[in-house]
Design a protein around this ligand. Sequence first.
Ligand SMILES: C[S@@+](CC[C@H](N)C(=O)[O-])C[C@H]1O[C@@H](n2cnc3c(N)ncnc32)[C@H](O)[C@@H]1O
Length: 249
Amino acid sequence: MLGKLRAFFKKPLPVRESWTREPARMGTMVEFLNWFDATTSVGATVAKAESDWRARITAFEGYDKLARRRSLEIGFGGGRLVAQAAGDFEEATGADIHEAFDRTREFLASQGVKNARLFHRDELGALADGSCDFIYSFIVFQHFDTLEEVDFYLHHCARLLSKDGFCHIFFGRGDSGIRVVDARDFTKRACSLFIEPALFRERASRLGLKVIGHEDSMRRDVTRPDGSGNVSVQARVLMARGGGPPQVL
Ligand SMILES: C[S@@+](CC[C@H](N)C(=O)[O-])C[C@H]1O[C@@H](n2cnc3c(N)ncnc32)[C@H](O)[C@@H]1O
């Protein structure tokens, strides 16, 4: 009863607005990077990025044979994974909604990255159909606040993937259907969207992507064995371009 009363009077925290506005309020570069993925130093961010890139994002059969023209990250945050992609691709691009792209550019420059291009989500149309060899998204889809946002990106993935390209999306795993956290219960940086993996795959197929692999229950720490304390909130799906034309939204 008390909990319900508290929730009733609590000021709602708009999910999307917190991702849009907060990064520009961070002071140092470490605080900025820490907003997107917990860290204590730039060096720790780079080390964690190397490990996530190698052991999770590119850890699938076929990555080594991919064409290396362009990658696209959905939700690049501080740029730690764009910096990794920049080492593998001629051009590493990314799309996000936050208001501190200049800080991300500053981080990328500090890492010697010269082949990155950042877009606002609303500018994704600037990338030509079939022009991305690898599209990936890590710890991002679980921070959306609508299923429409999932469909928006799946639709762009189907449009942008090159003929032999791959799309690797990690998302918040739900038990049944879709669950969006109410703005009244939302705390900054927490997950806000959970999708049943089968439903995610079904939507991807409907929007023109071919699902070629998935993992519904992942280890949180890839270096530790399976166990109840080592289960990630994320699931993942690996996709390629589908046969038919993408469905118009
Ligand atoms: C936890 S951070 C992860 C950043 C990055 N992927 C990484 O692993 O370091 C989540 C990111 O998702 C972005 N984001 C949230 N909603 C988004 C949306 N609708 N479209 C694109 N990016 C979004 C946030 O701005 C933030 O950069």
